[in-house]
Design a protein around this ligand. Structure first.
Ligand SMILES: Nc1ncnc2c1ncn2[C@@H]1O[C@H](COP(=O)(O)OP(=O)(O)OP(=O)(O)O)[C@@H](O)[C@H]1O
Length: 315
């Protein structure tokens, strides 16, 4: 087991002139789990990771590994493996790239064949990188991060551009790293891309935190609901209460925590209430994510101003 250490971001802000790239951001990334760091393009993910890795100075706040900033880590490469911008020389082989890096970083040369094996490119190790596919380059980037056998991995968009086989492989790979006790932080601008790879999510938009926690909580929010409305909302509310159904009141009716409209209709019938609307609210994780990052309150929680897709229309 590796002893992963938590990543702690606290009150972090970064200003580039008039642009606020990161705005009072706080979250924690736990060891033993894969955490998706999500947000649309320009949300501030790369800037946060660059501050975390000591490449950019924060305007305010802290970004630490187990309480220490990157620059104060006694053995940084053996603590944190990071892949931000990978640039490879097309004329050199994967093995040569890794050997040079290991030597310069004072890491044991025996790690080179080990990491090539680990990321599944050992058989191509002596080919020039210029002929590598995008997927193979992504694997080579990962090999770099693993050279110091670190307990923490920080990966910027590692799934971007991979083919289905590569995506399947990386899912298993990330999970395996976390199961070993490592802290794994993976950024992406698409929830759907990392949905099957991550345990936790940290979602940011315009530099600010909009949501953090287990992915399963987000899935719960995104489960199907029923929309019901009546000319007499007071009586409908009473009927729903009577049936023990949970709901929130929206602009166009009640959003009932019940996937089956039949059950909601029955509750109204029992309560003697006329219904003016009754239909299923079809939602999904991606819609829930988009409604979060678009700067709106989560429509599935309690909001009445956010349009949500219902059978192709809007509520
Ligand atoms: N060096 C810089 N100088 C000026 N503005 C910058 C700089 N780096 C980032 N920004 C701005 O900060 C904001 C956040 O950018 P950042 O690259 O961190 O977002 P991101 O979430 O990683 O998006 P992407 O996935 O597109 O890289 C953007 O408005 C970007 O234009």
């Amino acid at each position: 087991m590796k002893s992963g250490i938590p990543i702690e971001i606290s009150g972090l802000s970064k200003q580039f002139g008039h642009v606020t790239a990161v705005d009072d951001l706080s979250f924690t990334v736990e060891p033993g789990r894969v955490t998706g760091f999500l947000g649309p393009n320009g949300a501030g993910k790369t800037t946060t990771l660059r501050v975390l890795l000591g490449l950019v100075r924060a305007t305010a706040g802290t970004a630490t590994f187990g309480g220490a900033p990157y620059r104060d880590l006694p053995k940084p490469l053996e603590t944190v493996g990071a892949a931000l911008d990978a640039n490879f020389h097309p004329g050199r082989t994967a093995r040569s790239h890794l050997k040079v890096y290991a030597t310069a970083a004072g890491l044991p040369p025996a790690r080179v064949p080990a990491v090539l094996e680990q990321v599944g490119i050992a058989e191509f190790a002596d080919r020039r990188v210029g002929g590598y596919s995008l997927g193979m380059r992504q694997r080579l980037s990962l090999a770099y991060t693993l050279l110091g056998d670190p307990g923490v991995l920080v990966l910027d968009e590692p799934i971007n551009g991979l083919d289905p086989e590569g995506i399947k492989w990386i899912r298993g790979f990330l999970q395996h790293l976390a199961q070993d006790g490592r802290t794994v932080l993976v950024s992406s601008h698409l929830l759907s891309e990392v949905q099957q790879s991550v345990d936790d999510v940290v979602i940011i938009s315009r530099g600010r935190l909009v949501r953090s926690g287990p992915l399963s909580n987000l899935e719960l929010d995104a489960s199907p609901r029923t929309i019901a409305d009546s000319p007499d909302r007071l009586r409908l509310a009473a009927a729903l209460d009577q049936a023990g159904l949970e709901y929130t009141e929206g602009r166009n009716g009640f959003i009932v925590v019940e996937p089956d409209p039949g059950r909601v209709g029955h509750a109204a019938f029992v309560g003697g209430v006329e219904l003016s609307a009754l239909h299923r609210l079809r939602s999904g994780l991606e819609e829930s994510f988009l409604s979060l990052v678009n700067g709106e309150t989560n429509a599935l929680a309690d909001d009445e101003a956010t349009p949500v897709v219902v059978d192709g229309g809007e509520v």
